[in-house]
Design a protein around this ligand. Sequence first.
Ligand SMILES: Cc1cc2nc3c(=O)[nH]c(=O)nc-3n(C[C@H](O)[C@H](O)[C@H](O)COP(=O)(O)OP(=O)(O)OC[C@H]3O[C@@H](n4cnc5c(N)ncnc54)[C@H](O)[C@@H]3O)c2cc1C
Length: 465
Amino acid sequence: MQDQAKLALENTKFTPFWLDNPDRPAAEAHLTTAITTDLLIVGSGFTGLWTAVQAKEQNPDRAIVVIEANTAAIGASGRPGAILSTSLMHGMENSNRLFKNDMEELERLGKENMDQFRDTIEKYNIDCDIEWTGELTVAVGKHGIDDIEGEHELYVKFGHDAHLLDKKQIQAEINSPFFEGGLWSKKRSGTIHPAKMAWGLKRVAKDLGVVFYENTPMLTSKTRGQQVFINTPEGSITANKVILATNAFTKHKKKISTRVAAIRDRIVMTEPLTEEQLAELGWKNRQGIYDTRTQLNYMRLTKDNRVLFGGRLGYFFDNDTDPEHDKTPEPFIKLVGMLYKTLPALKDIKISHAWSGPIALTTRMAVHYQYYHGGKMIYAGGYSGFGVTASRFASRVALAIVDDVDIPERNLEFAKTVPAWIPPEPFRWIGAKITMYALDTCDAKGGWRIPWLTLVDKMGFPLKP
Ligand SMILES: Cc1cc2nc3c(=O)[nH]c(=O)nc-3n(C[C@H](O)[C@H](O)[C@H](O)COP(=O)(O)OP(=O)(O)OC[C@H]3O[C@@H](n4cnc5c(N)ncnc54)[C@H](O)[C@@H]3O)c2cc1C
């Protein structure tokens, strides 16, 4: 299997498939002067872009500037599996684990958020290959069946159109020897082309009057009177309010990393499938799929019928987010092996693209807010790999916080509290390495891995060995 995986990776581009697109917009100019603005947004991924669009929709006259260290969607937003979900807090189970008392309201807000996400795409004609095919959780092994049955109860309780599938029914949806059953939530979920979505939001924000500077990292920030003063390499910004939409990137504000670990997740993308491969695979309903393995894998089809297969974690010392670390075949060999085992219909298929992306992991696995400069600057992030649609909601709440507008969402637990502290280096790196090794080998070997993963689970990271 290893040799076959190496062969499949021989002509691979180690860059995100989503960004390898002739329609990628040209970079904006970088900032070379001293400017002032009412609202400054730092970071041009989904959080920054949704903040910009919603802030202008609320108040068209407001002066808004976005600065981005690189170009739009270069972070997690141009790299995800991009399976859409209504959940605002990293899935139904996680939400129920953390915010039981707020579940009713979070579920209502999640559905409302998805409807408004859809309305924005339609209103502004954003071309983003969206497919409303639903999300499907597939059970691997006996404990996978228990997982989906528990989750199904929650889906039904909170009014989702969700259906349990037995082994025969799941095999009719997708041909895999691993899948024992499934839970298909049919409405308000599916898949999207994330980079096209982000570029579309950027176009909308620009049309509404937002000013963008790219290749313009924020270096430092300090309070200056009633405002915040930001330094960039060749310019500066004085802003009344600032939103840090920088998610897993923590170099500019080390304090963020006391709650956020920049974990890598890896993805491989196949060449487009032939008609025969597609027929053998089944997958006619084209759902976004997650499985229930300890080291979760997820998969989906693209518009041109490639299979995206993801889910192999990594960590680099000191929250390093540099994508250059994942530009060789080695980190992807096991993932390709898992793809072949999971979907044997693709046994010889070549990998066109492979990449990693930074996930802002927290013990709550969902967005939280941190405060700087007397609340004039706030950080909004920590989606832990589940933020394509949640970022729209999170940025709406971020705006209300920074503008001190009293909306009911601010009284929910997630907005008032922060996730647990995460140990600094070198303990973080050592812990991450042992955990990733344990995750990798737990299902096959068990042993010490189970108590270790249980301990990590007890620390707040839900690993469920
Ligand atoms: C491999 C992978 C798979 C995923 N799959 C899914 C999925 O299937 N479904 C789902 O819902 N979510 C998924 N996610 C998560 C989702 O992509 C993220 O939650 C979401 O994109 C976060 O958006 P963001 O804008 O907060 O962060 P980012 O997109 O990371 O944006 C942060 C931006 O800030 C910029 N920046 C950083 N520092 C500075 C600075 N000092 N100055 C200026 N700019 C700065 C960065 O360059 C970057 O562009 C996945 C993520 C990854 C990595």
